[in-house]
Design a protein around this ligand. Structure first.
Ligand code: R5P
Length: 302
């Protein structure tokens, strides 16, 4: 395998460093900053001619990062890079995967088309695939989906006695089922109705059979936190306190973490797909494996 040289968008330096140690292709320094008028300035400070290069750019809070990613990938190609891949541990815009109201943008499809036209390949971690069953429905370039379920399961096994896993909605079913299988713990999946960005209702779980268990709420994304806050309220009403929240992507819009803690979350734990104070599960080994698999198939001409 030819290890790609890594280029980190600002904020991704630590993750790129961790990947660089595992992959061995080195880091190419860049300068990326904002002009006073808000435009993005980009400079690549290293040789990339004839090399495979991967941009490390987790895309939470994505709009400005997408412009920076585009300018970098165009610059890398102009400077002679052979192939340019994207390592985006968090992929944005995947939840708008249908036209829920007439006239809405199909954002997941459009962003998928955009990213596919900029990069040669993509590696990401558990994107929100619900109405799109696979990455291939959104991206036309080779795309590797790295799964975090085993790492979530390992953390739960090591830290939570007698866990009862709870998924707050149908979308979470895939993660909760697979994590529960690996932990060898029972699980419940609730039903959610979303009325607006910050307004959701979640069905009340039947907890009669689970006295003595510790509730562990498992979801892919914590954004406003309202999905988990609603779920915790049901648990507390049923006398089940001390919920542990485990999620893959720490989006945490606004004051979501404080709100979750105020609602009664005993612990909030995430992976480092997005750098955040709640990161306790490291996915860099798994992402490095995903990049190796991608480079191996790219070497076979995929
Ligand atoms: C949606 O279906 C996802 O799986 C998450 O449940 C959702 O994104 C969480 O959003 P929020 O934290 O804003 O409730």
């Amino acid at each position: 395998m030819t290890a790609p040289a890594l280029v980190a968008l600002p904020g991704n330096e630590a993750f790129a460093e961790a990947l660089g140690v595992r992959l061995g292709g080195g880091i190419v320094e860049t300068e990326v900053r904002r002009f006073p008028d808000g435009e993005t300035y980009v400079r690549v400070d290293g040789k990339v001619e004839g090399r495979d290069v991967a941009l490390v750019s987790t895309l939470a809070d994505p709009d400005a990062k997408l412009v920076g990613s585009y300018l970098l990938t165009r610059t890398l190609r102009d400077l002679g890079a052979r192939r340019v891949g994207l390592i985006a541990p968090y992929l944005p815009y995947m939840r708008q995967d249908a036209r829920f109201r007439p006239g809405e943008a199909l954002s997941s499809t459009y962003i998928g088309e955009l990213v596919s036209s900029w990069f040669d390949w993509l590696v990401t971690v558990d994107p929100h695939l619900h109405r799109h069953p696979a990455l291939g429905d959104v991206f036309t370039i080779p795309a590797e989906n790295v799964h975090a379920a085993s790492l979530l399961a390992q953390w739960i096994r090591e830290h939570v006695p007698e866990p009862l896993l709870i998924g707050p909605d149908a979308e979470s079913h895939q993660w909760v089922k697979s994590v529960a299988g690996e932990v060898d713990a029972p699980y419940l999946v609730l039903e959610k109705i979303r009325r607006g960005d910050r307004s959701v209702s979640v069905s009340a779980p039947d907890l009669d059979a689970y006295g003595g268990h510790t509730p562990v709420l498992v979801d892919d994304i914590i954004s406003t936190g309202h999905t988990l806050i609603e779920t915790i309220a049901h648990l507390r009403a049923a006398g089940m306190d001390g919920a542990v929240c485990v999620a893959i992507h720490a989006v945490f819009a606004e004051d979501a973490l404080d709100a979750l803690r105020r609602a009664g979350a005993r612990d909030v734990v995430t992976t480092n797909t997005i750098a955040h104070e709640t990161n306790r599960i490291d996915v860099s080994d798994a992402v490095a494996d995903g990049v190796r698999a991608m480079m191996a198939s790219a070497g076979r001409g995929v």
